[in-house]
Write a protein that binds this ligand. Sequence first.
Ligand code: HEC
Length: 488
Amino acid sequence: MPLRTLAGLLLAMTTSLCLAEVSADAAVLYQQHCASCHGAERTGAMGPVLLPESLSRLKPAQAIEVIKFGRPSTQMPAFGAQLNDAQIQSLVDFIYQAPAVSPQWTLADISASHVQHVDPATLKPTPQFKANLENLFIVVELGDHHATLLDGDTFEAIHRFPTRYALHGGPKYSPDGRFVYFASRDGWISKFDIYNLKTVSEIRVALNTRNLAVSFDGRYAIAANYLPQNLVLLDADTLKPLQIPETGSRVSAVYTAPPRNSFIAAMKDLKEVWEISYQPDIKVRRIPTDDYLDDFFFDQDYTRLIGASRNGEKGQVIDLDTGRKLAELPLGGMPHLGSGISFDYQGKPVLATPHLNQGKVSIIDMQSWQVIKQIETLGPGFFMRSHDASPYAWVDVFFGPNKDAVHVLDKATLTIKETLRPAPGKTAAHVEFTQDGRFALLSIWDDDGAVVVYDSHTLNEIKRIPMRKPSGKYNVYNKTRYQRGTSH
Ligand code: HEC
């Protein structure tokens, strides 16, 4: 063997030995300092899950900060005095690495996690406060893991309550608007009774969850999960698990399709769309597709699905009855179809969607499936909203230097009517309308943030309600009636 190869081999061996040592050390450090709160298998306990799937929104440099300095006014302690920089770095490498054996979360684990906080028999059947029940909002405050029930007539908070860590994918209402269901990143589903202002029950369905949907008849809730790779169908009344379709793919999202009495699920790793119907009984249908589709929009009667993949250049229109592809859409730049809206333009329904990595809004004719206009914006956007009673559609500029701007688009001309900067330097994002469409509520997405209420016609600011990093706002009427100006 030539000497150089031998030297290379030796070097490689020592490096890999060192790496193994580091990770062995890190595993020991982890068990010593972290496991009591984050779980021996990193699957969470009092503290959140520390697995790669869970940490996708936290940069390793931020993780170093968290471990060194802790998180003020939370239970996460500072380790800067006990651990040196190399040890902290090794812990960060460790938590961003998938464990050799993927952790399990079985039906037995799910069932055992069920918590009944309140005996349902003690709950009053009528609201314990006075308000227009159809114009209530739930506002999610990510900053300190709370939610606020907001009166949409007076813009006064009725109640503020703690949620699970890192809610994900938007809460969903029961059809009568009495209950609201939350999903958290770490797999907790919580059922909150708005009439009684109490969390009734909770269950942990997975180790990493994307979102949740509630059936049109209110009987079922279903969670889309990355870890394990499955869907978990629950009885919406008791939150007890009913079925667990294993998907063999991460499930990006699950949606309710009201007229179909079904749920539609998006697969990250399969060229398929899944439909889970629940009438007369529960049945899974797999629809093969030409490409990966992991983000959806539906037409108002849920016969057509408009899907795109996060890295493709084309969207697809699928007929859900026949399973056939009807059209392809030239849609590069990661359209965020899940937050797309529709409205009438020159007498015809159009779909409007922001893009996650290009500064534009695409307007698509929903009869010919042609892109009829691309409106240039100050940067990539995340959320888009309108209301049938409003002449305007709002789109944020979530990513990039103009994240503090929000565009108000004129639906009649497809042009930017006004650009607002409600809090210079702070992210302005996610608009939701009141029931009647007269007011638009916008989040200042910051720890020292607010919900800003605008008159949706004059665009004058009406009120500013301080909140801790408010993200989404969810109006009972607009959501339970599947209004086309809001996402479902
Ligand atoms: C006493 C309990 C406790 C201990 C011990 C603990 N943590 Fe935490 N940790 C928490 C809690 C609670 C949070 C969530 C804080 C919040 O609300 O933002 C957290 C958050 C974190 C986060 C941020 C997660 C995210 O999603 O943003 C990281 C990273 C982390 N901890 C790493 C560690 C490491 C590494 C150790 C061991 C060196 C450790 N923690 C020890 C309780 C703990």
